[in-house]
Design a protein around this ligand. Structure first.
Ligand code: WT7
Length: 654
């Protein structure tokens, strides 16, 4: 029988944790033993890191799978855990957020400031008639009010639904309607690429189709003129007028905390529902364990947008539950110059940086001299999330950002998992570039074949989770059947993540991309990730995307799009020579079966706003034209097609 997914890439480099970090690490190897001995007792201890108003009666109720209940009967308030308890412990003066606006304006918010603002916002929402169980949509730029709005909802038991500020009016109104949100919190706009970028007109357009919306709260950020209607209220008026006194009421551990829509590949977006106690337990513990967060000394920075789950779990809930100090940045990495990220690291003395492979590859493309121009000596730990990180991008990150010595945690998780699931522990794991390594303590992941059988080391297949975990999604909002269908039906009794993966000879896990993207070439299932990594391992390639295009002889053929590094000459014959060299390089690295039929050198790749390559679009490009011996993608209609996926910044990714 053929393998579910071929294992082609062989990476042998390995980096032990720095001794000094290991000696002081928040979490040691004992955690694996403890969780292995008694998984539920392990999670129970992590829940004990939070403040509960009423203890739980039972750790896990899994009597009605796949509908889990964690910390049954327990009660707590998420905002109390993220704010009040730090202020009560005497840490009100600690900086919670160093905020940097794109134009260079700054704000510093201590835990006491954030607490006061959240109490006022909670009172303002209550005055607008929002009660526990109501849904509130949040459509904001990366400003502190985004965190305040989320925490204020959590404080009063309203379920927030954050919609990424780059989404269209249609996408926003679909999400508002699906959840019947009563209030939307937005801003006049935010700053992007050096200019104000309006949000309020998009909300006006969306709200016109959303009868459930009773009020719109508008933060003034850019000061640009906005249209005004009877439903609109200025945030600064409502919040400033509200009392700063607010006593947080506890909510049930399974009270709905937030809905976050995820689009998957083609279908209508799914409202992923997360609840209170289990979610906060795992978000808080993973921030402590994986980032080795030391609230007294670290300055942490996660570059994600609050509109994605990474912003929920690792800007708002995880770091704040730990009482951490963090940086929040409003804008884009190349405004006003390509060194902006490194300038921010330098300015705030960031010690822990959590970013995405797409960003790392972009930085690689821009050139090594850019990070070299800043003092990055404050950094002590690096993280990656969102996609498989190619080994060469990992090495670049370690070399040029991490001084060739910092540990990198490649963290695998999903909107659905709520928190990190597979990752090195920085004080324990000897990392391999490109591998997420091992499931965290308390997480039971596996790679299985078509029949749901665990594959041996060296084998490839489908990533599954065999046991429930505290921060797991509870359902798809309003659609239990779709929840069962999508995640729990492919393999009996297992959560199917939709990702391909392999185990290497040591049993370490390598993510191989979405299974929908796997290419079937002459009967072999080949991962897009492995071919992309082989391309990126060539010194002339900064970034690559690979798709399977229908082919009369092989079923599918591998078509690759590659972005050359900064100074590479790709004109005329030099371009042709590079393409031949790259095809041979892939064949040499992975074997002849993985040799691309075609490689196109392109200046950009179409990506979603969260940085994932839009392979569907590239597949269209690869299939809809007679490619012949075209070597570079200069044809303007193709470029238009590619850029239509990139353009305007207002396209939904569904
Ligand atoms: C999908 C989930 C997790 C927060 C941001 C994305 C891919 C995520 C990794 C990683 C390989 C990864 C997977 C996953 N992914 N992290 N470290 N290595 N792939 O959340 O939008 O729900 O996407 O992102 O394909 O299923 P999301």
């Amino acid at each position: 029988m053929s393998e579910a997914l071929a294992n082609l890439l062989n990476e042998t480099r390995q980096f032990p944790p720095p001794a000094a970090l290991a000696a002081q690490a928040n979490v040691t190897a004992d955690a694996y033993d403890e969780a292995g001995a008694d998984r539920l007792a392990f999670w129970e201890r992590q829940a004990g890191r939070l403040a509960w108003a009423r203890p739980w009666d039972e750790v896990l109720d899994w009597s009605n799978p796949p509908f889990a209940k964690w910390f049954v009967g327990g009660q707590l308030n998420v905002a109390y855990n993220c704010l009040d308890r730090h202020v009560e412990a005497g840490n009100g003066d600690r900086v919670a957020i160093h905020w940097e606006g794109e134009p260079g304006d700054t704000r510093t918010l201590t835990y006491a400031d954030l607490h006061r603002l959240t109490c006022q916002a909670a009172n303002a929402l209550t005055d607008l008639g929002v009660v526990a169980g109501d849904r509130v949509a949040i459509y904001l730029p990366m400003i502190p009010e985004a965190a305040v709005a989320m925490l204020a909802c959590a404080r009063i038991g309203a379920t927030h639904s954050v919609v990424f500020g780059g989404f269209s009016a249609d996408a926003l109104s679909n999400r508002i309607s699906d959840a019947s949100a009563k209030v939307v919190i937005t801003a006049d706009g935010g700053y992007r690429r050096g200019k104000p970028s309006a949000l309020k007109p998009t909300v006006d357009e969306a709200v016109a189709n959303c009868p459930s919306i009773e009020h719109v709260l508008v933060v003034r950020r850019t000061g640009e003129e906005v249209a005004w209607s009877a439903k609109d209220h200025w945030w600064h008026e409502a919040v400033e007028a509200a009392s700063a006194e607010h006593v947080a009421q506890p909510f049930d551990a399974e009270h709905p905390l937030f809905i976050l829509y995820t689009s998957g590949t083609t279908a209508r977006p799914k409202g992923i529902l997360h609840t209170t106690g289990g979610y906060l337990t795992q978000a808080a513990w993973t921030a402590h364990a994986v980032f080795d967060l030391k609230p007294e000394t670290d300055v942490y920075w996660c570059t994600a947008d609050i509109g994605w789950v990474t912003g929920h779990s690792y800007i708002v809930y995880g770091p704040l539950a730990n009482g951490a100090t963090q940086v929040m940045y409003e804008g884009t990495p190349d405004t006003p110059h390509k060194g902006r990220f490194w300038e921010i690291v330098d300015k705030y003395k960031v010690s822990i940086l959590y970013t995405a492979p797409t960003l790392i590859r972009t930085m690689m493309k821009w050139g090594d001299d850019i990070p070299a121009g800043f003092d990055l000596s404050s950094l002590r730990l690096l993280g990656s999330v969102g996609e498989p990180i190619n080994p060469e991008a990992w090495m670049w990150y370690r070399q040029h950002v991490g001084r060739g010595e910092l540990p990198i945690v490649d963290t695998w998780w999903q909107t659905e998992t709520g928190a990190i699931m597979i990752s090195p522990l920085p004080g324990v794991t000897a990392t391999k570039p490109g591998s997420a390594m091992t499931p965290l303590p308390g997480v039971v992941a596996d790679v299985v074949d078509d029949q749901g059988q665990s594959v041996p080391n060296g084998g490839g297949g489908y990533l599954v989770l065999r046991e429930p975990w505290p921060s797991m999604l509870r359902t798809i909002w309003g659609d239990d059947n779709r929840f069962i269908e999508t995640y729990w039906s492919r393999f009996e009794g297992m959560y199917f993540a939709g990702d391909g993966a392999k185990k290497d000879d040591d049993g370490h896990i390598w993510l191989l991309g979405r299974v929908d993207d796997v290419m079937l070439v002459s009967g072999h299932n080949i991962s897009t990730t492995e071919v992309e990594s082989a391309l990126v391992s060539h010194p002339s390639v900064a970034e690559a995307a690979v798709v399977g295009a229908t082919d009369p002889t092989t079923g599918q053929a591998i078509v690759a799009f590659a972005i050359p590094r900064g100074t590479t000459d790709i004109s005329g014959e030099a371009g042709e020579r590079l393409i031949t060299e790259l095809r041979n390089h892939v064949a040499k690295t992975l074997g002849p079966i993985a040799k691309p039929r075609q490689i196109m050198l392109v200046p950009e790749l179409p990506k979603t706003r969260s940085g994932k390559i839009m392979r569907r679009l590239l597949r269209d490009v690869a299939e809809n034209r007679s490619l012949g011996d075209v070597t570079t993608l200069q044809d303007s209609s193709v470029m238009e097609l590619i850029s239509s996926g990139l353009s305007g910044g207002k396209s939904d990714e569904d």
